[in-house]
Structures are given as structure tokens and as C-alpha cells.
Design a protein around this ligand. Sequence first.
Ligand code: ADP
Ligand code: MG
Length: 680
Amino acid sequence: MMMLSDQTTAIQGIGEKKAEELMSMGIHSVQDLLEYLPYRYEDYQLKDLADIAHDEKATIEGKVHTEPSLRYFPKKKSRLSFRMLVGKYLITAVIFNRPFLKNQISLGQTITVTGKWDRNKMTLTVSDVHFGTFSEDHKIEPVYSLKGQMHGKMMRKIMAQAFGQYRGQIPEPLPEYLRNTYRLPGKEEALKMMHFPVDFKQLKAGRRRLAYEELLFFQLKMQIFRKWNRQQSEGASIVFDRSKLDSFIEGLPFQLTDAQARVVNEILKDLSENSRMNRLLQGDVGSGKTVVAAIALYAAVTGGKQGALMVPTEILAEQHFTSLKELFAPYGITVALLTSSVKGKLRKETLNLLSQGDIQIMVGTHALIQDEVNFHNLGLVITDEQHRFGVNQRRVLREKGASPDVLFMTATPIPRTLAISAFGDMDVSTIDVMPAGRKPIITHWAKHGMLDQVLDFMKKEILSGRQAYVICPLIEESEKVDVQNAIDVHAQLSLYFQEYQVGLMHGRLHSAEKDEVMRQFASNTCQILVSTTVVEVGVNVPNATVMIIYDAERFGLSQLHQLRGRVGRGSDQSYCVLIADPKTEEGQERMRIMTETTNGFELSEKDLELRGPGDFFGNKQSGLPEFKVADLIHDYRILETARNDAQKLVNSDEFWKGEMYAPIREFLESRGILDKERLD
Ligand code: ADP
Ligand code: MG
């Protein structure tokens, strides 16, 4: 009895040696082989000369018009050339280093040649020759990624043999009604379309089917996690004090925007419910997430729990610590700070108080997730700028409490396709309105040569009492060079702005020094802050209205947007100047986009388009899975469909019990996805 789990040696023509080579490519079973998809296709479909672009690779058919002439060069190199009649045109065909073909090509013969087309010289540099008219069903040739002695032709032969031997045996996981709804070919059919495509239309149909299946399974996994996560309920309910909370909100210096009020309610509902909160809060820079976090933390504290706020940098931790301490002082709540700079006796004391429950709100960096940190009764964890934290770090922090509610905050609006893929297991709250009275930041793009005008402009703003940030070039390879750059720019600006104070901020300063610089800038003791990108997140000085970014082309759109978000935080008109001479089209495009929109959501979609999903988060731990077939950008419609279908399925009894879904369940089970023990 033949099974897909058979070793590849079960396929005729595969012996130990070939099997080993396949194994080195990760192919162990027949099933692995059938699912080993080509990574691209060679297009041998005949083309009209007129449709072929200069330098394009193409296949054409014609008649040999002159006897081939052969010339030899040193080192056994050779050049064979002849004229060919293609339709009405006479072209030249050139074949290098295959002298033996001379005897096989004769006058008047029909041949098909593939190669690179030089439109100006009407010459094709041939890489493949087929004699006679090219056979109909081989015009699109799959190209596999191969290792060792394995070559394309052999791989294609093995595939054909395998599909012949195992015909009808590839299981169909998708129920018929889904295939009918979306007019998807069956699994076996789709795989064949990928391995032996007759035309590109078919290839597309096969690909679409496999992409849907892949995304559906992925979304099922996310939705199942989400369901179970919510069901884990021990002690997750926080009974907060609504009237205390209301008076806290009343006491704020401003009224919440509608969007803030809405997300506060979404969060409070999660807190009060028995299920564990797993929520993403996204809102553009300056949309007012911090106060939402503060309200949530206060709610946890009134319910007798501890709250934690974790942020990516020390500066940000210190800033949040300071503002929360101030905010909570009238309410008798103890807020503490834990970063790697908190050392010695103070650290010991802090850890002690924390484990005894005498600290109610803990603000910190990664230091919060070290082993030595023990909470007394952790009920809520909030992480700011969560995309900077790896998946594992999120997990560790979550494990610090019995089952704390978790809120992730991000100011990098996440494009929808990424939100439902990377964060498909989470609920999402969005602050989509800015506090009233904000003026959109005016953004200019200036070449380096215009630096003088830029500085003059800056001077005018400072004369009228405003402050400015100057962000220095970022040279990724070396922090040392970054720091030196900042020091140089600081020296230059100190000369230019002699009557003002120019501050300097970079990653090499001790935290006390950073603190001092920030304090001076916040109190307008210093008017200009020269800095590396350490000020990127969170820093809040409403009187600063100018943001100058040197070498702006080195930054991604999202990062530029973050930096720009440091200004425009008060009611005055703010400006951002990008100093850049981008060399690439893409770089120029980025500068243009920045000057055209201040909407973070729009920018993030553009960023994703320009950079692709892998680079979007800037690190490998983004939690984005790798897909075999699907592509998150181009397949976003399929992704959305799959997400809706998965949601419906997971919430129906049929899915968990019905016969029709047995193949899906089996598949999920085989990947350990239905195993509750492995949850999260
Ligand atoms: P972000 O979402 O970038 O973290 P912040 O929470 O730092 O934004 O808020 C930006 C600024 O807006 C802060 O100075 C904050 O005090 C102020 N702010 C927040 N909410 C409101 C509001 N509803 N009305 C007016 N100002 C607000
Ligand atoms: Mg913030």
C-alpha cells in the first residue's frame, strides 16, 4: 500500500543517493516532495518580437535563414551566429561556447530559441535551443531550488513520476462548500498546476488555492489560540472601583477624546471579564495612549492588583515613571522604576517592595522580565511600542503573573494585513482621532545644500520662544560613529546659536546625564536638543515646534513619522525638515510621501509597500510566520477572507464535531495546534 508518508525511495527512479540529496533539501517523504514548490518559472511561451522589451528574456520561433558561422577564441571559447527569419523580421541569433550545435542547425529549419533580446541590434543571445516547433505543454518550466547533483530536468522527471504513482492519494482538507464558494481547485489539482502549469492562468488558480489553504490554517491557529487564551480564566477578572476611576478621569487636565473614551471602555470591559485580556492598542504618535494606559493601570490598582508598564528605552521608562508618579501622587499610589541603571541598595529595596506588594505600579525596561523580579500580585501588563519586543519577551512577562491581562501599545500604526496576521490572535483597539486643537505638522524636504536656510528658519522659531530637535545621521554599523556625529553637529550648532543653549543627547550618556539633558530641554533651559535617535519614542516636550532630521533618507517611513511626532504636541504650528539627498528612487519616494501626509496609518501602508513585511518591523522576532505560497501584501484579500472564515469556523460547533471538518482537524492536530498543553 502506497502512502504519502513513504520515503522518497518508494518513487521509481529514486535510489539511496538521490533520496539523500532530496533529504538535504528538506524532502524526506513523498508528501514533502509533492509540496516542494517551484520558486519561479521560466517562460518559454512564444512571443511576438514587437512585444519583447530590450534586455528581456524571451522565446521565439523562426526559420534558419543563413548557414551558421562559427568562430573560435582563446581558452576554447566560441561564438556561433546565424540569421533567423521571425515573422517578417530578420534577426541575428548568437550562441556562445556550444560549437557542436553548428552541425545540428541547417538552412530552412524551424527552430525555437530562448534568450536575451537586444532590441537595438536585433540580436538574441541564445541560452536554449529547441529543434522544430516547441511542444505545447512545456512552455512554462518550473524552477526549483536544488542542491548537490540534482538538476532541474531530473527534478521535473521525479515530480512527474511521483504524481503518477500517487495519483488520487493527496488528501483534501477543504470542505467542498468552501471550494465551491471560492471556485478553488482541489488540492491535488492545485499542486499539479504548480508543478506542471500549462499556462499562467492555471498557475494563478493553483497558487490561489494553496494560498487560501495556507492562510486559512494560519488564521485557524490564531483564532483557536485566541479562543483558548480567553478561556483561561483563573483569577483574571479585576474588580475595579468604578467611582474612584471616574473621579480620576474627571481630575485629568483635559477631557478624553471620544476615541480615548471608547478604547478605555474596551479595555475596562476586558479587565472585568473572566477571560484574559490580550489586546493591541494602536494610535498615532501624540494620539494620547499614555493616559489610556494610566487609566488602565489605575483600574488594576483599585482592584487590588499590581500593574506593570514596560518600554523599550531607559529614557522612555524614566519619562513615564516621572509622569505617572506625578499623576498618581494625589491618589496615594506607589510608582517605582526598574531599569538596568537602578542598582545596588535601591534595586534590592525596589525588588523587595515589589514582591511584598508595596509597589503598585512598576515602570521599566527589559529589566522587568529578569528572573530576580517577582511581583506580589500582577494583574495587568502594558508594553509600549511592543513591536520592539520579541515574542518571547512578551511571553516571559506574561508568565510573571498568574494570568495577567496584557495590553500592547504601539504608535506605529500597523497595516491592516499585518495586524490580522502578526496579531491575528489579539483584539485590537484603535485611537483614530487626535486631541482637539492639533495642527498638522508642516513637513519640508531640503537638500544638504540648503542647510543655511534651514538653520535660519530654525533661528526664527527659537527667537519666538520655541524649541527645536536636531536628529543626527544614523550610521547603523557603529554606535561610536553615531555618537561622534552627534558631538560634531552639537559643536557646529553651538557656534551658530551662541546666544542659546544647545543640549546633546546620545546613547553613551549615563542615565543621570540623559535625565539632566531631558530635564533642561523640558524646562526650556536649553532650546535646541541635538540627539541621535534615542529620542525617537514617547518623549514629550510640547513647546518644541521644529524637528530637523539629518540624512533623512537613511530612515524608514515609520521611523521618520515617529521622529516627526516629537513635535506638534502643543497647540502651536510645528515643522519638520528632512535634510536628504536620496540616491535611489525609493528614497526620493519616501521623502515625497513624508511631505504629503501626516497620517500614520497611510504612511504605514506605504512603508509596507516599499519595504515588504519582513523589513517592516525591523527585526526577525516580529511574530510574522513565513509562508510557502501566500504573500501578505498581494494576497491581503485572501487573508481577510481566510480570517473571516476561520473566525466563523472556530465559533461553530460543527467545526469541532462535524464529519465534514475531520480532515481540517486532523491537519491541525498533526501540527500540534489542537494541543491545549502547547498553548502560547
Ligand atoms: P502617545 O499616543 O504618542 O503616547 P501621549 O500619550 O504622549 O501620546 O499624548 C500626547 C500629548 O497629548 C500629551 O501631552 C498628552 O498630555 C496630551 N493629551 C492626551 N490626551 C489628550 C486629550 N484628550 N486632550 C488634550 N490633550 C491630550
Ligand atoms: Mg506614548
